[in-house]
Design a protein around this ligand. Structure first.
Ligand SMILES: Cc1cc2nc3c(=O)[nH]c(=O)nc-3n(C[C@H](O)[C@H](O)[C@H](O)COP(=O)(O)OP(=O)(O)OC[C@H]3O[C@@H](n4cnc5c(N)ncnc54)[C@H](O)[C@@H]3O)c2cc1C
Length: 419
């Protein structure tokens, strides 16, 4: 069997490991646009901040490809698919035949059409080469502007601030991390960031980039101008479906797959940030761009490519992140008018915990600073447990199994889940 995997990150590695569970000898070719050994993308901001070296970023140890009998083709992007001839065509013209193909090309930064974005010292923040280029461009106490206060923009802000840069973040929403945090939680993180010297401009955006050859500043939508030496565009990530663009592989926002992670075309699978899987909480198909989800989808795809009958049971948004040592954990839905919310806030301690419910089922939570017991909350979301009789206890940070009603504990033990 000839397997070809395009991509070399979490979903691709999940697929290799899935394939090798069933098929120890089939030939696997991994094609990667990046030259590097597989690395953990969330660590790039720590690399920039000088907190981790490249050898501590590897997602699997050196020797992984040899150990798994993989032909690794690095630094050579795949340019097209020949689905009739069952070949992947690389930009350099080489062709890779396949019986089973996985598209694991992940996401790519969304870069809006802003006037002047072609100047020097303007970057995205998505791959190791991006942060290496930023590192090179940094000169003494640089002034940096970051467009976007989502996860990636905030990680970039933290890293640059650690390096002594003056950082301003420009954000369209009225708070940081608006897709995963509510206003209270957003205010707590903002406070942490501002205490480290990071400034924010909310409800505004960059209309024009200023400078001759290199960026010297930006003009905002409200007409104000800010000066800078470098600009980072971190507005969002979109599925990188370029490879299948001129092929019959069905694409919605991401590549459309079934529970086996198979596309509409026989033998072609997709997984990770490029694919639309089931969101178990929202009950819709969508891209869930987080690393554990990418790995799991890749593993399911790999198992099926090797002849298994594995199904992706659905994932949901989940984040455990930190800024300057301040911890945040979120999962599922952040709240809103259609949901019941229970919350405990202590602004002095900067602690906050909120649970989000629908029909007495936990569908989301936000935990700030003290993130104890979030594993248990995540389990309750996953299992769809009716928490109606003990929901008030779920906002406590010392919530434990003894707070569960007796019969639920008994049920769990009988089901073999243990306590
Ligand atoms: C700064 C940052 C911080 C993050 N923090 C977190 C976090 O805290 N927690 C979390 O869960 N997630 C986090 N994420 C998201 C996480 O990194 C992604 O969800 C995950 O890496 C997706 O894995 P993937 O395999 O689907 O794709 P990707 O990691 O995007 O990798 C896709 C790979 O495919 C390659 N590729 C693309 N096109 C081609 C082509 N045509 N030919 C060959 N190769 C190609 C790319 O070069 C890339 O190596 C973060 C992301 C960033 C950028």
């Amino acid at each position: 069997m000839e397997y070809c995997i395009v991509g070399n990150s979490a979903a691709a590695i999940g697929a290799v490991e899935g394939i090798r569970k069933r098929d120890k000898t089939g030939r696997i070719t991994v094609v990667s646009a990046e030259i590097y050994h597989t690395y953990s993308r969330p660590l790039i901001s720590y690399y920039l901040a000088g907190k981790v070296k490249i050898d501590k970023m590897y997602y699997r140890p050196l020797g992984f490809y040899e150990h798994n009998g993989i032909r690794f083709i690095g630094g050579k992007p795949a340019a097209a698919l020949d689905t009739k001839g069952r070949k992947v065509v690389l930009a350099c013209g080489d062709e890779i035949p396949y019986d089973r193909l996985l598209v694991a090309t992940g996401g790519k930064p969304f870069v809006p059409a802003i006037d002047g974005l072609d100047k020097k010292n303007i970057f995205t923040f998505h791959k190791l080469d991006d942060v290496k280029a930023i590192e090179k461009a940094l000169d003494g106490r640089a002034r940096a502007i970051i467009i976007g206060a989502g996860l990636i923009g905030m990680k970039a802000a933290e890293a640059l601030s650690c390096l002594g840069a003056e950082v301003i973040v420009v954000e369209l929403a009225n708070r940081v991390l608006s897709s995963i945090l509510d206003e209270q939680a957003g205010a707590l993180v903002r406070d942490v960031m501002e205490n480290h010297g990071i400034r924010f401009v909310f409800e505004n955006t960059v209309k024009r980039v200023l400078g001759e050859e290199r960026v010297t500043g930006v003009e905002l939508a409200d007409g104000n101008r800010l000066e800078c030496d470098l600009l980072i565009v971190a507005i969002g990530v979109i599925p990188n479906t370029d490879l299948v663009k001129n092929s019959p592989v069905p694409v919605n926002r991401g590549i459309v797959v079934n529970k086996k992670m198979e596309t509409g075309l026989p033998g072609i699978y997709a997984a990770g940030d490029v694919a639309e899987g089931d969101d178990a909480v929202l009950g819709v198909r969508r891209v869930i761009p987080i690393l554990p989800n990418a790995y799991r989808q890749g593993e399911i795809a790999g198992l099926n490519m090797a002849g298994d009958e594995a199904a992706f049971s659905g994932g949901f948004a989940m984040n455990a992140i930190g800024f300057f040592g301040y911890s945040i954990a979120t999962a599922g839905v952040p709240g809103g008018p259609d949901y019941e919310e229970l919350a405990v806030l202590d602004p002095d301690e900067r602690t906050y915990r909120k649970i989000v419910l629908k029909n007495n089922r936990l569908v989301g939570f936000i935990a700030m600073k003290d993130i104890n017991r979030i594993g248990m909350l995540t389990g309750l979301i996953q299992e769809g447990t009716n928490v109606g009789s003990f929901k008030e206890k779920l906002v406590k940070t010392d919530f434990g199994y003894l707070d569960w009603p007796c019969e639920l504990r008994r049920e769990r033990v009988l089901a073999g889940g243990g306590l």
